[in-house]
Design a protein around this ligand. Structure first.
Ligand code: ZN
Length: 150
């Protein structure tokens, strides 16, 4: 386990890096799924694109604008879910949601996504961090409407 201050430093470093240079930040030309997400509390707005084949997310990207946390979280998400089965992503989404709002699930190794647990110290930002995940779930299940964090 990392110490509290280590996690805090890493959190700031990773959020800063992914906000400044978001990964997979573009429209996905061969996307067969997409969804819009909106967090009215903060003004975060993004669109997530995915190319899903055989229930595996072959490729994923996002565009949009918003605060550093929403953008960094979306960037980290695209890196984390690429190549994963939709079932795995669903489990990851549930785990992330638990990590952000309650406590760290003992049985899941989040890898790099671990830094998102730093958001728990800022409850007002939880919706910023979860927006991309929520939107991806909508894209995958093709809910076909704008994801609201409410
Ligand atoms: Zn935000």
């Amino acid at each position: 386990m990392m110490g509290h201050n280590d996690l805090r430093d890493l959190y700031q470093e990773v959020i800063f890096d992914h906000n400044r240079q978001p990964r997979n930040f573009h429209v996905l030309d061969n996307a067969n799924r997409s969804a819009d997400g909106h967090n009215p509390l903060c003004g975060d707005q993004l669109t997530v694109y995915a190319h899903v084949q055989d229930d595996v997310v072959q490729d994923v990207s996002f565009v949009g604008h918003g605060c550093a946390i929403s953008k960094a979280s979306a960037s980290l998400m695209t890196e984390a879910v690429k190549g994963k089965h939709v079932k795995e992503i669903e489990e990851l989404y549930d785990g992330i949601h638990q990590m952000l709002t309650e406590s760290h699930p003992e049985d899941i190794d989040f890898g790099k996504l671990e830094v998102l647990s730093g958001v728990r110290e800022f409850p007002a930002r939880v919706k910023c961090a979860s927006l991309a995940w929520h939107t991806l779930q909508n894209a995958i299940t093709q809910a076909g409407h704008t994801a609201q964090t409410e």
